[in-house]
Design a protein around this ligand. Structure first.
Ligand SMILES: [Zn+2]
Length: 281
């Protein structure tokens, strides 16, 4: 296992937040007041609650933020950075990377990187593509721009691994695996993402959502418990959204989950960047 955690640490937890605000709505042309207000709940209510929670339990984490969102909320983005949290790349306006050709993905990546640097003083080292969807070019683009890690893929649950470039295949032949890249994957999963579990979405694709926090606590705490007990040097990367888990009954569950995980010795609450820097070849 090529992850060397700090002394005394048994596993790592990244309580990551995709601070989208209304970017995904705007991308789809959904700019009427009620649709905008759904995303606006994030910066207005969710992010302040999340920052308070991180302060209360004294840990830093990672916010994946589209460049467009940073340009719309520069002061709040700067506050996130000044509190010591990582601001990582999350597309320009929450585009679906497979919809972009190479040149467009490159252009938007560099545009978003510049906006992040404008707030943090340095280029991002982490990426999460919108909708958990990398294109066939994403990993190469990240490697070419000196990123350390991606957090968009799902080939493992609690182990960091290297992303590949150049996979190909078809139903008529076995899959051909490409070469390993320099980009580390801190894997994600829809079961530890709050969007499918909570967010009622009537359009453009129906998602029933609206699980209760106790149902989500059951899933997330058991994922953590399995890792804690059985996976040496495991990394638990949860994906949440301020406009979803920032709601009152849900943020209370997030706090309960933090307390559950902090009750076990040797759990390191950290940023994605911190995990990536623990990688040893
Ligand atoms: Zn997002």
């Amino acid at each position: 296992m090529p992850i060397a955690l700090p002394p005394g640490k048994k596993c790592a937890v990244v309580m990551s937040w995709d601070f989208d605000a209304m970017s995904a709505f705007v991308l789809r042309g959904e700019t009427t007041p009620t649709l905008i207000s759904r995303g606006e709940f994030g910066p207005r209510v969710g992010v302040p609650r999340v920052l308070d929670l991180c302060d209360k339990y004294k840990f830093k984490t990672t916010f994946f933020v589209p460049g467009w969102t940073i340009a719309t909320y520069p002061e709040l983005s700067r506050k996130i950075h000044e509190k010591g949290h990582e601001i990582a790349h999350h597309m320009w306006c929450h585009e679906n990377a497979p919809d972009l050709n190479y040149d467009k993905e490159l252009e938007l990546l560099e545009k978003a990187m510049d906006v992040i640097k404008g707030v943090t003083g340095k280029y991002p080292v982490g990426n999460r593509s919108g909708g958990f969807a990398n294109s066939n070019n994403t990993i190469k683009l990240l490697q070419d721009h000196d990123f350390l890690y991606d957090s968009t893929q799902m080939a493992d649950d609690f182990n960091v691994y290297r992303c590949r470039i150049g996979d190909h295949g078809s139903p008529s032949e076995p899959w051909v695996f490409g070469r390993e890249s320099s980009i580390l994957e801190i894997p994600v999963a829809w079961v530890i993402d709050d969007w499918p579990l909570y967010e009622f979405n009537p359009q453009p694709r129906i998602n029933p959502g609206l699980h209760t926090p106790s149902q989500v606590f059951e899933i997330w705490s058991q994922e953590f418990d399995y890792m804690y007990d059985r996976v040496p040097n495991g990394v638990f990367m949860i994906t949440m959204h301020p406009y979803i888990s920032g709601r009152a009954h849900r943020i209370m569950m997030v706090e309960k989950l933090i307390q559950h995980m902090m009750s076990r010795p040797g759990v390191w609450f950290c940023r994605g960047e911190d995990v990536a820097r623990c990688w040893k070849d």
